[in-house]
Every structure is written in structure tokens, then in C-alpha cells.
Design a protein around this ligand. Structure first.
Ligand code: FE
Length: 347
């Protein structure tokens, strides 16, 4: 009997200390868990599952609002010092560069981010970090084009593509970034010749979005177009029989830095963050091995973190060499690109 009594006492002491330890942990979490506030241009259905997981793993609540890139940036600008935002999460290096250039983001020194985000996919001063890679590629009609006929973005300006090219509008930042990167690589006069060549080869007026451009290729209105791979992935998932395929451009160029035009979605800590450490930790977590698949796969994009493979459906499109120029050039040369496209008659 006494043995049993001792055991019971011992057991209740043990469970008491367990409960006490748990209570202390929760208390500590409640005290230290200042929420992180995110302004996000990625939509709720893409980011909410990630933020929920972050809260589950760390006890830190994430509050967020979503909106389009332009209005979010305008809001951050207008709120100035009184902004509640700790983190800006947006798409396109052009937009990230713009935010940094206006002083809306603060430089962050983070060994974890430097290790997990390749140098060409982040701001050299640490104001923003790419979190997923989007590749802008050639999509072609498989009945009308052999992949051997394709080579580079530049070659689509050649006469053999006359009346065979479809493009999305130059008003979209994706095309502005592509042209900005071409300017960084070739200079303005050569890039203008390329863009004029594209315009001269157009089979149809420009399209409002990437999906419509791929559909036009599939329908035979044109043979080739330039789009982001996730639009191709979404359309193929819905209509697997469409006669279209991806071609990876600029893979064997003389310029060692040349390759597929890539862009990023990414994030930075805001200049007037009330919880900058919390913001930095969230971004570090988003670039970590455990979060990268979720972040990239939800939109059929590529992880930035080189240790994390893309989703199987994305990996099935094959491997490619990325353009190694820093994506900040997309922002730094954007105004130049817009003017050049206008001069070249690209609407
Ligand atoms: Fe998009």
C-alpha cells in the first residue's frame, strides 16, 4: 500500500510539474508573441495556410491584409511612420526594388537569408529577399513548331517568326522586367532592335494576360509566346490536351550569365515596422527548408532555396539555367524599359 501511495504522489507531482511547465510555456509565448503584421500582394488562399503553420510552430500570430501590388505600396507610402505593417510581401523584383528605392524597406542582416536565398534573387543591401522564383519562358504550338527551331528571346525578333508571335501587353510589369533585364544585358539600342522585331512579328494585338496568350498559341492564332510557367501549368492542368509546350530559352548563349529570365515574389521588413525582429524571423522561416515547398508549390512556382526541389508537376517540365543577373535590374531599369517599349511600338 505505502508503495502505491508513494507512486500516486509521485505521479501527481509529475503531472503537476508538467502542467506548470506547459502553463509557463504558454505564458512565455503570450508575453513574447507580439503579432507580425504583413501587407501581402499574394492572395489569401496562398498565404493563409503558411501563416497558420507559422503560428502553430512558433506561437506568433500573423495578421495580414491582401491587395494588389500598386495599392499596397501606395498604402504603405501614405501611412508612413504610423503604418502597422512589419513586412511587405509582393510579387516582381520591380515592385520590391521600387519599395526599397522609396525608403519603405529597411536593410536586414541575416545569415539564414543569405544562405537560403541565392545572391541574384535578393537585394545586395538586404532590403528584400526573393521567396519564390517565376520563370518567363517561350511557350510554343507543338504541331507548328519544332523545339530545334527555338533558341533565345532575342531570336523571336528574326524574320522567320513574322506573323507567328503573340505577346501580353507591355503594361504588365512581367514584360517590363523582361525588357529591363534585356537592357541590362545588351544595352538600350540592341534591346530596342529586339523589341521592334517582336512587334513586327506580332500575329495579333497584345493580350491582357498570359493565359489568353497561351490559348491563342494553342488555337493556332500564333505559334509562340512569352509567359510565366505557372500560367502554363494551370492551363495544362485544366486542359491537358492543349498542343503547347515549354521551351527554356537562352540556355547555350555565349554570355555566361545569360539564361531563362527569372523574377521573384519576395518580402522585406518595412522601415517603420513596430516588430522588425518578428518580421525578419517570419521572412527567415518562409525561406527555410520546411516552408519553401509550401510557399512555391501553392502557385506552381520554384523555391528560391536551392536545397528544396520544386513540386513534381513543376519538376516534370525539366531543368533550366537561370539568368544570373541580379533581379534588382528589373526595377532599376524599369522606367527605361517602359519608354523603350513605347518607342518600339509595343502597346
Ligand atoms: Fe502572375
Amino acid at each position: 500500500m505505502p508503495t502505491i501511495l508513494i507512486n500516486q504522489a509521485d505521479r501527481s507531482m509529475k503531472s503537476f510539474s508538467k502542467i506548470a511547465a506547459l502553463a509557463l510555456t504558454l505564458l512565455a509565448a503570450a508575453v513574447s508573441a507580439q503579432p507580425v503584421v504583413v501587407y501581402s500582394a499574394r492572395n489569401e488562399q496562398l498565404i493563409k495556410p503558411l501563416f497558420d503553420l507559422y503560428t502553430q510552430q512558433t506561437g506568433v500570430p500573423v495578421q495580414f491584409i491582401t491587395g494588389s501590388e500598386g495599392p499596397l505600396l501606395a498604402r504603405l507610402r501614405a501611412e508612413g511612420k504610423s503604418t502597422p505593417a512589419d513586412v511587405l510581401l509582393t510579387v516582381d523584383a520591380g515592385n520590391l526594388w521600387q519599395a526599397a528605392n522609396e525608403g519603405l524597406l529597411r536593410p536586414v542582416q541575416s545569415p539564414a537569408l543569405q544562405a537560403n536565398v541565392p545572391a541574384h534573387l535578393r537585394d545586395p543591401d538586404g532590403a528584400w529577399f526573393g521567396l519564390s522564383v517565376r520563370a518567363r519562358v517561350i511557350v510554343y504550338n507543338t504541331a507548328h513548331v519544332k523545339p530545334q527551331q527555338l533558341s533565345t528571346y532575342e531570336a523571336l525578333a528574326q524574320p522567320q517568326w513574322h506573323g507567328r508571335l503573340c505577346l501580353r501587353t507591355s503594361k504588365k510589369v512581367y514584360n517590363q522586367s523582361l525588357v529591363a533585364m534585356l537592357i541590362a544585358e545588351h544595352g538600350e539600342p540592341a534591346t530596342q532592335t529586339i523589341v521592334q522585331g517582336w512587334v513586327g512579328n506580332l500575329a495579333t494585338p497584345v493580350f491582357a494576360d498570359d493565359t489568353k496568350a497561351i490559348e491563342a498559341v494553342a488555337a493556332g492564332q500564333c505559334d509562340v509566346t512569352l509567359v510565366n510557367t505557372y500560367y502554363f501549368g494551370r492551363l495544362k492542368a485544366a486542359k491537358p490536351d492543349l498542343p503547347v509546350a515549354i521551351f527554356w530559352p537562352n540556355q547555350s548563349s555565349i554570355n555566361a550569365k545569360s539564361g531563362v529570365h527569372v523574377n521573384v515574389s519576395g518580402a522585406g521588413v518595412t522601415s517603420h515596422a513596430k516588430n522588425p525582429q518578428g518580421g525578419q524571423k517570419l521572412i527567415e522561416w518562409l525561406a527555410s527548408d520546411k516552408a519553401q515547398s509550401l510557399f512555391a508549390d501553392s502557385n506552381l512556382e520554384y523555391p528560391v532555396n536551392p536545397r528544396v526541389p520544386p513540386a513534381p508537376a513543376v519538376a516534370a517540365w525539366g531543368n533550366f539555367k537561370q539568368n544570373a543577373l541580379n533581379v534588382k535590374e528589373a526595377g532599376a531599369r524599369q522606367a527605361q524599359a517602359v519608354k523603350l517599349m513605347d518607342r518600339a511600338g509595343y502597346r
